[in-house]
Design a protein around this ligand. Structure first.
Ligand SMILES: [Zn+2]
Ligand SMILES: [Zn+2]
Length: 410
């Protein structure tokens, strides 16, 4: 069937607008919009009808008023949809956006009928055209760019309810944090007694610990981004009683549904640090893409720990045990202390180097540089033979960590 035959068949179904006719051949020529394509087809058909004295078709083509049976004249309202979109977006800061459409059942059905006539080989869906046409208008009116791959905001045209909904994508900020006091978890830790509802034990806060790194950052970002909520993603975590020193631990904090995206990160950084009063410190804040969260989670960074241990051995013996552990692969079963919330797995992690920083009767300070994921407390204690080799086993006497600091991540 020729293109004109197909067009004639579609016209036989009833009055159709230039957009809807042209859209059935959208993939056939470039540089034209669907309505231009539809208009051209109608023009050729009108000339043909004149030549062949086909009065029925002439009449059909002459009729310009009335409703398009496919779209109900939806395309006459492109400007109004663009305006509605801009109004919906007006309270948000954005550089780029995307228009999407929620089509009604009726329109979808009409489209199925045209496709049955014309075939779908050259056709484009109604919503693709609508999204593009409204998008072009929004671009023109706002000066912002449509972005198909990673829009900051998706404006969803809801044809049924005649309104525009928004999907506001998160804003991601990368940084590193230092934890300068002990007893602060990385993220909010629900009360063990009440599970977060609030009880006597937690003073109705629902929390095991009153502060966390996450919560010391959150209110500042909520104010700066005017966002609904935040999510904290750390590159691993240190124990609650461990310090995080040195360059700090990498993290990404996510602002959910932000109204503001152009945040002054220096101000945010100093705001967080001033309010945290030396408990934590954030540094090196910068904007990143969402993928950074995944990269952060899968990062097998090396860690350097400084630990204070308790022992009952001599400096010489401790030194030689540490020498044995340097450069060695350590086999660890999941530590007893976390077995209640993690599966029992055997893992192998390398200790790159060790150093005895200071030695006293019964205590000593070690620096251990190892692969991420090594349970360093168990490396010292041996965890009843669940970690092999261990400092305690090599010494042949008990040894345990009494203070822990992370001094480098990555
Ligand atoms: Zn139409
Ligand atoms: Zn509680």
């Amino acid at each position: 069937m020729t293109i004109l035959d197909t067009a004639r068949k579609i016209l036989n179904e009833g009055l159709i607008c230039d957009h809807c006719l042209g859209r059935q051949f959208a993939k056939l020529s470039t540089g034209l919009s669907n309505d231009q394509r539809g208009k051209a087809l109608k023009l050729v058909l009108a000339m043909e009808a004149g030549a062949q004295k086909d009065e029925t078709l002439q009449e059909k083509l002459a009729k310009s008023a009335g409703k398009c049976w496919v779209c109900n004249n939806l395309f006459e309202h492109l400007d109004s949809w663009a305006q509605k979109t801009i109004t919906a977006l007006s309270d948000y800061e954005y550089e780029n956006f995307l228009v999407g459409t929620k089509v009604t059942g009726l329109l979808a059905e009409n489209e199925e009928i045209v496709w049955a006539e014309s075939g779908t080989t050259f056709a484009e869906p109604l919503k693709t055209e609508l999204n593009r046409e409204v998008g072009k208008r929004v671009e023109k009116l706002t000066g912002k760019r449509a972005n198909l791959k990673k829009p900051q905001i998706v404006a969803l045209l809801d044809l049924e309810n005649d309104n525009v909904g928004l999907e506001v994508n998160s804003l991601y900020i990368y940084g590193r944090y230092r934890k300068l006091v002990r007893g602060i978890p990385q993220t909010r830790w629900p009360c063990r007694e009440c599970g977060g509802k609030g009880c006597e034990r937690c003073g109705n806060t629902g929390k095991m610990y009153q502060e966390s790194v996450d919560e010391l950052i959150k209110p500042h970002l909520i104010t700066a981004a005017r966002c609904e909520d935040t999510a904290f993603h750390g590159a691993g975590r240190e124990d609650i009683d461990a310090l995080m020193l040195g360059e700090g631990r990498p993290f990404v904090v996510e602002a959910k549904k932000p109204h503001i995206r152009k945040i002054d990160l220096d101000t945010l950084e100093s705001g967080i640090n001033n309010k945290a009063e030396g408990k934590i410190e954030v540094l090196g804040l910068k904007f990143v893409e969402s993928e950074t969260v995944e990269q952060l989670k899968s990062m097998k960074a090396n860690k350097v720990y400084r630990l204070k241990i308790e022992h009952s051995t001599t400096e010489e013996k401790l030194k030689s045990s540490l020498d044995i552990i340097s450069g060695t692969l350590i086999k660890q079963n999941t530590p007893t202390r976390v077995l209640h919330r993690r599966a029992n797995l055997e893992r192998v992690r390398k200790v790159h180097s060790t150093e005895l920083e200071s030695f006293d009767t019964n205590t000593a300070v070690l620096v251990i540089d190892c692969e991420g994921g090594l349970y360093v407390k168990e490396l010292v204690s041996g965890d009843n033979g669940r970690t092999v080799p261990s400092v305690a086993a090599l010494l042949g006497c008990g040894a345990k960590v009494i203070e822990l600091e992370v001094i480098k991540v990555g």
